[in-house]
Design a protein around this ligand. Structure first.
Ligand SMILES: *Cc1c(COP(=O)(O)O)cnc(C)c1O
Length: 364
């Protein structure tokens, strides 16, 4: 094989995939198993795709340690489509969908819900510039609440919830796009959670939605068939043509997760990885200053600022020369961001920490 030039990929999403997964995908790209064709060329009604679909759901349930009573759906349209589908399916006459706002994705979900029906803000830290998270341990809900929606990890701002509200019997819905499979989460608190694949699960194209059967029974009837969670559940996510290749890649990622020792082992590594970068920030004497207050820091997306935009720009440019990619902050907030999802090895974070120390020596 030709020598590879894979660089330190800290992109926020689409993001790094495990090299082993890419190589296996490459090996099977033109011939899947003994089928004499690519998985992309097969009917989604074929036995092979049906098996892949079922096996991938099974693997995900195992990897998540998913309690009984939930259905796994493979959908399209990314997390942004869920922003619309959640209210379409779950809003009820006389009831309000309530949103915990902790960053721009949660706000987008809220704004989208407003186009569908009655949505309200339950709590928000927007006035703090998203530098902290709303408290969730003392949430009071009226009987007029259809559901509560929250974003468990704020990809753009770099904050992450450690606690989740006890909302039962009101359903709690979680956008877990940027931290599903990265740590252990008490999933029983959630009646539904969803994640677009392109952060921790695989390539873009498939979105995982996990919904409790009880909530499934309560979904709206008078909405288009293709928007109903029930349609996906009834047809085992094969009602229409799914993103077969993305599901195949997710299958490979899930096997990889299992081989690594599962979510528990990845969580350990993710803590270690984030710590390497935060430690450099915290010992830099303010050269690198975190965008998020310490208790709310994310271990997936580490964000920081530097003295001025010019220095930040120099940091990004030099980092590229040293083989790093994806370190510029989101265009809406600026600054820097290192996204250290599951597929980013500890070694890359060590290299980044060293680069940061060296950059400060030369520019501090
Ligand atoms: C990336 C991301 C989204 C947007 O996902 P799309 O698939 O691009 O719609 C939404 N929420 C969170 C938390 C994300 O990280």
């Amino acid at each position: 094989m030709e020598k590879m030039n894979r660089i330190y990929n800290f992109n926020p999403g689409p993001a790094a995939l495990p090299l082993e997964v890419l190589l296996q995908g490459q090996q099977e790209f033109s011939e899947y198993g003994k089928h004499g064709m690519s998985i992309m060329e097969m009917s989604h009604r074929s036995k092979a795709v049906e098996t892949l679909n079922g096996e991938t759901q099974q693997l995900l349930a195992e990897t998540l340690n998913l309690p009984a009573g939930y259905r796994i759906l493979f959908m399209g349209g990314g997390a942004s489509t869920q922003f619309a589908l959640v209210p379409l399916n779950l809003m009820k006459a006389g009831k309000v969908g309530r949103y915990i706002l902790s960053g721009s994705f949660s706000e987008k979900a809220y704004l989208e819900a407003q186009t569908v029906g009655a949505a309200a803000v339950l709590s928000s830290t927007k006035e703090h510039g998203w530098s902290r998270l709303p408290a969730v341990n003392d949430i009071r809900l009226g009987t007029d609440t259809a559901y509560v929606h929250m974003t468990t990890n704020n990809t753009i701002e770099g904050s992450q919830f450690q606690d989740f509200p006890a909302t039962a019997p009101v359903p709690l819905i979680g956008d877990m796009t940027s931290d599903l499979l990265s740590r252990r989460i008490d999933l029983t608190k959630f009646s539904m959670f969803y994640a677009a694949a392109q952060k921790n699960l695989g390539p873009a194209g498939v979105t995982v939605a996990v919904i409790h059967e009880e909530l499934l029974q309560e979904c709206a009837e008078r909405i288009p068939t293709i928007f109903k969670y029930g349609t996906y559940a009834q047809h085992d996510s094969l009602y229409n043509t799914p993103s077969v290749h993305s599901i195949y890649m997710m299958n490979l990622v899930l096997r990889w997760v299992k081989e690594q020792g599962g979510v528990e082992e990845l969580e350990k590594r993710n803590i270690e990885k984030a710590k390497l970068i935060y430690e450099v920030m915290d010992t830099s004497g303010g050269f690198y200053s975190g965008m998020v207050e310490k208790p709310y820091r994310s271990m997936m997306n580490v964000t920081w600022r530097m003295m001025d935009a010019e220095l930040e720009e120099r940091f990004v440019k030099e980092s590229q020369l040293h083989g790093f990619d994806g370190l510029a902050g989101h265009r809406s907030v600026g600054g820097l961001r290192a996204s250290a999802y599951n597929a980013v090895p500890v070694q890359w974070c060590k290299a980044l920490a060293e680069f940061m120390i060296d950059f400060q020596k030369r520019n501090g």
